[in-house]
Design a binder for this molecule. Structure first.
Ligand code: GLN
Length: 191
C-alpha cells in the first residue's frame, strides 16, 4: 500500500542499483536510473547503492555528477547503502573522492573480505512490525566509527560500530537492504 507515488532515483553508475529498482517498483513507486545530472531533476528521492565506492566516485567525477549530487543532497531525501554510505561520508580515511555531505567517520571493509560476508538479524524498533528482525546482508561492509553533531544513530552492533544513521534528509545503512525480500527499510525511507 502506498500513499503518494514517488519517483525514486537510484544512482546507476555501478553496483546493486537494479535490485533497489525492483523493490521500488514492487512497493508501487516509480524507479528511475540516475546516470546524468539531468536525471536528478525529476526525482523525489535518491538511493546510492552498494558496490565499490571508489568506482562509483570515479565514474561520478567522469560524468560531472559530483556537484549536482551534492546539491541534491542539500535538499532532497537521499539513502546511501554500503558503498553509498561511504560515498556520502565526510571522513573515510583514504584519498578517494566522496560527496562529504554527512559528517561521519567511516572505516571501509570493517568486517573483512567478500568471503567474510554474513547476514545478521537486526532489531529495528523504528520499522513496522518491529518484533520481526530485519535480515541485514553485510558484504565488505563499512562501519561508522564516529558521528558529528545532530546525527541520529539508529542502530549499532557495538559502541563505535554504527550501522544505521540519519541526519534530516540523509539516511545511511552499512549493509545491503535490497537483497533479502524484506522491504521495510525501503518503506521507512520512502514514508
Ligand atoms: N567495500 C566496498 C567499498 O569500499 C563497499 C562494499 C559494498 O557496497 N558492498 O566501497
Amino acid at each position: 500500500m502506498v500513499g503518494k507515488i514517488l519517483k525514486v532515483g537510484v544512482l546507476a553508475l555501478q553496483g546493486a542499483f537494479r535490485e533497489h529498482g525492483k523493490v521500488i517498483t514492487e512497493l508501487g513507486h516509480q524507479y528511475k536510473e540516475v546516470k546524468l545530472a539531468k536525471d536528478l531533476e525529476s526525482i523525489d528521492a535518491l538511493i546510492i547503492p552498494g558496490g565499490e565506492s571508489t568506482t562509483i566516485a570515479r565514474i561520478a567525477e567522469e560524468y560531472q555528477l559530483i556537484e549536482p549530487l551534492k546539491s541534491f543532497c542539500s535538499k532532497e531525501k537521499v539513502w546511501g547503502t554500503c558503498a553509498g554510505l561511504i560515498f556520502l561520508a565526510k571522513n573515510v580515511g583514504t584519498k578517494q573522492t566522496t560527496l562529504g555531505v554527512l559528517d561521519v567517520t567511516v572505516k571501509r571493509n570493517a568486517f573483512g573480505r567478500q568471503s567474510d560476508s554474513f547476514i545478521k538479524d537486526l532489531n529495528l524498533p523504528f520499522l513496522t512490525n518491529p518484533e520481526i528482525p530485519f535480515p541485514a546482508v553485510f558484504i565488505r561492509a563499512p562501519i561508522i566509527k564516529e558521528v558529528g553533531a545532530d546525527i541520529k544513530v539508529l542502530a549499532q552492533l557495538a559502541p563505535q560500530k554504527i550501522i544505521i544513521a540519519q541526519k534530516q534528509n540523509i539516511f545511511v545503512t552499512a549493509f545491503h537492504p535490497e537483497l533479502t525480500g524484506d522491504y521495510r527499510l525501503h518503506q521507512f525511507f520512502l514514508s
